[in-house]
Ligand binder design. Structure first.
Ligand SMILES: Nc1nc2c(c(=O)[nH]1)N[C@H]1C(S)=C(S)[C@@H](COP(=O)(O)O)O[C@H]1N2
Ligand SMILES: [Mo]
Length: 362
């Protein structure tokens, strides 16, 4: 789907929207304009009854809550944070071309965006409900969208560890870039879990539960689990999968696009880098010759927590074919593996191998 259909009112609730911006518009600005922000929906957008909307908070709490949007806005302090959201399936296409993957969307490099989110701290809401016992370790979320998984209809859901849920960066957002949260992005309320895979940031949030164990939801127990490269759909034991949380450090060349035909001479290279959000990006290095020589990229924004780092580099290159490569490090010395083979996994998640584009100069 082209991203323009995101706000197209002729589109019905029967369509499942999934789209990202065209590459010539991706990561042009530090804060992504809302109309260019990628959309990842597992099913149709739910039909909302906004007048009767309530957020339920339960599980291991001292008192259950049922909050209207007015109560959420009036009872808790308003907080804003610029944070990048990235789908675990970003860059899956490169994994697929190395070895086939049966399900999941073949995202290129566009399943990422940065927005200025406004709402309330999840921690403030949890404090108001009160955590009732020492065994509480996870916070589970449910959306209002439902779909069939394993023969049963269930809501899209996820969970995050309690310590992350209580961290100041985790929001229940009702505004995006200074406007009411659009329908496709989870109106009236969504979770924003900066630094974690996008799937944990549940949209159209209906329920929060504090519990001892992670969510039993399909998207926590089957989907969004990471396996080593030797596991496949025939030998998988889902209990052994790693429930994805933080994103690994990554960097991507956005321009020039792969397989571009350009003029020899000055070549400008631009892209984004992103870590687990808790650590700033320290270096981005770019190679114009497939990884033989490297140069440090220039940063286009001040490094900051929870957001991507935009960067650029410039080379003077002769006619012929060139392979440009990028690799980043964060402040905890995390970096990227060189090959796709070493990160390939049969569900196609968190590809952070060195990113390469081939260009021809004439
Ligand atoms: N309720 C609900 N929340 C959801 C999803 C969904 O399908 N339903 N998709 C998740 C995934 S996989 C991602 S990457 C992000 C995408 O958020 P966006 O569409 O606002 O970019 O939302 C997450 N939250
Ligand atoms: Mo995602």
């Amino acid at each position: 789907m082209p991203l323009s259909e995101k706000h197209d009112e002729t589109k019905t609730y029967d369509d499942i929207l999934n789209a990202g911006p065209p590459l010539n518009q991706l990561a042009k600005e530090f804060v992504t304009p809302t109309e260019l922000f990628f959309v990842r929906n597992h099913t149709q957008i739910p039909h909302l009854q906004l007048d009767s909307y309530r957020l339920r908070v339960g599980g291991l709490v001292t008192r259950e809550l049922s909050l209207s949007m007015d109560e959420i806005k009036n009872n808790f302090e308003r907080r804003s944070l610029i944070a990048t959201l990235q789908c675990a399936g970003n860059r899956r296409k490169e994994l697929v071309s190395y070895k086939p993957i049966d399900d999941g969307l073949a995202w290129g490099i566009e399943a990422i965006g940065t927005a200025d989110w406004t709402g309330v701290r999840l921690g403030d809401v949890l404090a108001s409900a009160g955590i009732s016992c020492a065994e509480a370790e996870h916070v589970a979320f449910l959306g209002l969208d439902t779909l069939m998984s394993d023969g049963q209809r269930e809501a899209f859901g996820s969970s995050i560890p309690l310590d992350k849920a209580l961290a100041s960066e985790v929001l229940l957002a009702y505004e995006m870039n200074g406007e009411d949260l659009p329908l496709v992005h989870g109106c009236p309320l969504r979770v924003i879990v900066p630094g974690f895979i996008g799937a944990r940031s549940v949209k159209w949030l209906s329920e929060i539960r504090i519990q001892e164990e992670p969510s039993e939801n399909h998207y926590q127990q089957v989907g969004y689990k990471l396996f080593p490269p030797h596991i496949n759909m025939y030998n998988v034991d889902y209990h052994e999968g790693m429930q994805l949380t933080k994103l690994p450090v990554n960097s991507v060349i956005v321009r020039p696009e792969d397989r571009s035909l350009m003029t020899a001479g000055k070549v400008e290279v631009e892209g984004y880098a992103m870590s687990d959000g808790e650590h700033e990006i320290t270096w981005v290095t770019v190679s114009p010759d497939g990884g033989r020589s490297w140069q440090r990229a220039e940063f286009l924004n001040e490094p900051q927590l929870w957001t991507w780092q935009l960067w650029r580099a410039e080379f003077d290159l002769p006619q012929g074919q060139h392979e440009i490569v990028v690799r980043a490090w964060d402040s905890a010395a995390n970096s990227q593996p060189e090959t796709i083979a070493s990160v390939w996994n049969f569900k196609g998640y968190v590809n952070n191998a060195w990113h390469r584009v081939k260009i021809t100069l004439k």
